[in-house]
Design a protein around this ligand. Structure first.
Ligand SMILES: Nc1ncnc2c1ncn2[C@@H]1O[C@H](COP(=O)(O)OP(=O)(O)O[C@H]2O[C@H](CO)[C@@H](O)[C@H](O)[C@H]2O)[C@@H](O)[C@H]1O
Length: 485
C-alpha cells in the first residue's frame, strides 16, 4: 500500500506544534508495518536552516513546474530527502514567493500559499509519476486537496483510483478566507455554496476537506465525539455529523526513539524507572540554569505550549499566584498571544523564586523541562489529542490536566486504593477546579511518597507507542480503499 502524507509541518524539517511531530513520526512506523509512505511538504525557509542541525541534505529533483488551473504564473521546484534514520522519501515544494518567510505561518498570503501548495502536491505526484493509493492530508492547509481531486481532477486517469483520508489535528483552525480566493483557486463556482466550501460568505478550507475526503479522523476518540456537538464543533458540528459514519478517532502515539529518557541527549542526565533518582539530578541542574532556588524537594510544575486561548491560560492566570503560594516552582516555555506572553513575564518579575517564564521556542529546553519537572500542566479548554501529557508520562512527570479530548483518553485519575492511574485532573472548565487538581497533586508529591512512586511507575509504563496508532491508521487506509469505485 502506497500512502502520501501531506502536511505543512513535519518534524524535523519544520515544526510549529504537534502536527509536525505526528507527521514526522507516523510514516516511520507505517514503514515498519510494510506500508510504503512518502511525505510532501512546502520547502519553508526553516527547512534549509534545519538541514545542518538535523543532518539531512536536500537534492533538487525537478524544476520549473507549472500549476494548472491556478491564476498565477509562479512555478515550483521539487526537492527531496528522507526522514532521518528511515527510508521514507520526503518531497518539498519550493517556491520563493510563497515559502520564503522566516516563520511557517508568515508570508504574503496564507490562503494563496495553501491553495498553491495543495494544487502543487497533485502536480508533484503526476510529474514524478508517483503511484499512490491513499492521499493522507492533514489540517486546513491541505483541506482543498480532496476538493481538487473530486472536481478538477476527477476525470484525470492518473488520479483515478486515489482515495483520501483527512486528519483533523485541531478544529480550531479551519482556514477561513474571503470568497475572492475562489477565482485564484480555479475551482468551479458551483462549489461555492452551503453544500460545498462556502461558509458564512467566505471559503472554509477544512470544510472542503471534511466534505470531500473519503474518510476523516481526528486525533483521539473523545475529540471525535466532542466535535460533533455544538460546544466543541466550532460551527462545523453539523457538517461533521453529516459525515459521522466516516469519522473516526485515533489517538496519536509518541516517537519512542526521539522521546526516551534513557537515551535523550538533550536532557542533563539520562534515567529510567530503575534509576529514577537521576531524574531529580535533571531538576537541580535545570533550577540552576534557570536561576531558580536549587532543591530536590521543591515541587516543579512544567508547562510547554503555544500560548493561545485553547490551552486554558485564562483560568490558569486567575490562580497562578495561589499555585506558587504552595511553595512550588512553575516553569513555562511557550510563545504565542502577546497578552499571555506579557502575563507570564510579569508573574516572573513578581515571583522570581517561583516562576521561570521562557518566552521562546526551544526544543532542547523543552526536553529538559519534560525530564526535570515533577508535574506537567495542561488545563486545556479543548485538546484534540495533546502530546505534552504523553511526553511527560514517558519522562515520569505526572500530568495534571483538564479531562477533555485526548487528555481524557490518556490520563487516568490516580486511585489511591487500587493504586492505578497516572495523573490528576478536573472535568468542568474553571479556575477553582484547576487549583484543586494542582493542590491534590502537590499533596501527593509532598505527603504520600509511596503513592507518588507508584504514580511515576504507572506513568512511565503507559503504552503510548506509535505501533498501536499506526495499525489503526492502516485500518482506515483500507476502509478508504474499499470505497474505490
Ligand atoms: N515554545 C516551545 N518550544 C519548544 N517546543 C514547544 C513549544 N511550544 C510547544 N512545543 C511543543 O509542541 C508540541 C505541542 O503539541 P500539542 O499536541 O501539545 O499541541 P498543539 O496544539 O500544537 O497540537 C495540535 O495537534 C496535535 C497533533 O495531532 C494534537 O495533539 C493537539 O491536541 C492539537 O492541538 C509539543 O511537542 C511541545 O513540546
Amino acid at each position: 500500500m502506497k500512502v502520501a502524507l501531506i502536511s505543512y509541518e513535519v518534524y524535523p524539517f519544520a515544526k510549529v506544534g504537534g502536527l509536525a511531530d505526528v507527521v514526522g513520526a507516523l510514516p516511520k512506523y507505517l514503514e515498519k508495518l510494510s506500508v510504503e509512505p512518502i511525505v510532501i511538504m512546502p520547502k519553508h525557509k526553516i527547512v534549509e536552516k534545519n538541514a545542518e542541525k538535523f543532518l539531512y541534505t536536500l537534492e533538487k529533483v525537478k524544476g520549473d513546474i507549472e500549476v494548472p488551473f491556478l491564476k498565477t504564473d509562479e512555478k515550483f521546484d521539487i526537492y527531496k530527502t528522507t526522514i532521518p534514520r528511515t527510508n521514507v522519501p520526503v518531497y518539498f515544494i519550493a517556491n520563493d514567493y510563497y515559502f520564503s518567510a522566516d516563520e511557517v505561518y508568515e508570508g504574503p498570503d496564507l490562503a494563496e500559499q495553501a491553495i498553491y501548495f495543495s494544487a502543487a502536491v497533485l502536480e508533484t505526484l503526476k510529474v514524478l509519476n508517483l503511484p499512490i493509493d491513499v492521499l493522507h492530508v492533514n489540517d486546513w492547509q491541505t483541506g482543498l486537496i480532496p476538493v481538487y481531486l473530486k472536481s478538477l481532477y476527477k476525470d484525470d486517469e492518473f488520479f483515478g483510483k486515489i482515495v483520501t483520508l483527512l486528519t483533523i489535528h485541531n478544529l480550531g483552525y479551519q482556514g477561513i478566507f474571503g470568497s475572492k480566493y475562489m477565482e485564484f483557486s480555479g475551482l468551479p463556482s458551483y462549489l461555492y455554496n452551503i453544500d460545498g466550501i462556502e461558509f458564512y460568505g467566505k471559503i472554509n478550507f477544512l470544510k472542503g476537506g471534511i466534505l470531500f475526503s473519503d474518510i476523516i479522523n481526528t486525533v483521539s476518540p473523545t475529540y471525535a465525539m466532542e466535535i460533533q456537538t455544538k460546544e466543541y464543533g466550532e460551527k462545523l458540528d453539523g457538517v461533521l455529523r453529516l459525515r459521522s459514519s466516516d469519522l473516526y478517532g485515533i489517538l496519536n502515539g509518541i516517537d519512542y526513539d526521539e522521546y526516551n529518557p534513557e537515551t535523550d541527549r538533550r536532557i542533563y542526565v539520562n534515567y529510567s524507572l530503575n534509576d529514577i533518582e537521576k531524574k531529580y539530578e535533571n531538576k537541580k541542574l535545570l533550577q540552576k540554569d534557570l536561576g531558580l532556588p536549587v532543591g530536590e524537594n521543591i515541587p516543579m510544575i512544567g508547562m510547554i505550549t503555544r500560548l493561545v486561548d485553547q490551552k486554558g491560560l485564562d483560568i490558569l492566570s486567575e490562580v497562578l499566584r495561589y499555585i506558587v503560594n504552595y511553595n512550588v516552582q512553575f516553569v513555562i516555555l511557550g510563545t504565542g498571544d502577546e497578552k499571555y506572553e506579557d502575563m507570564f513575564r510579569k508573574m516572573e518579575e513578581e515571583f522570581p523564586e517561583n516562576i521561570s517564564a521562557n518566552i521562546k521556542f526551544d526544543i532542547n529546553l523543552a526536553q529538559k523541562i519534560y525530564a526535570a519537572s515533577d508535574m506537567f500542566l495542561m488545563p486545556s479548554r479543548y485538546e484534540p489529542c495533546g502530546l505534552g501529557q504523553m511526553y511527560s508520562l514517558r519522562y515520569g512527570t505526572i500530568p495534571v490536566v483538564r479531562y477533555t479530548g485526548g487528555l481524557a483518553d490518556t490520563v487516568l485519575e490516580y486511585d489511591e486504593k487500587k493504586m492505578i492511574g497516572n495523573g490528576f485532573g478536573f472535568v468542568e472548565y474553571g479556575s477553582s477546579q484547576l487549583l484543586k487538581a494542582v493542590a491534590k497533586a502537590i499533596d501527593f508529591y509532598r505527603n504520600k511518597k509511596v503513592h507518588w512512586k507508584k504514580l511515576v511507575d504507572n506513568a512511565m509504563k503507559t503504552d503510548l507507542s506509535w505501533e498501536r496508532s499506526a495499525k489503526e491508521y492502516i485500518k482506515l487506509y483500507n476502509k478508504a480503499m474499499s470505497k474505490r469505485v
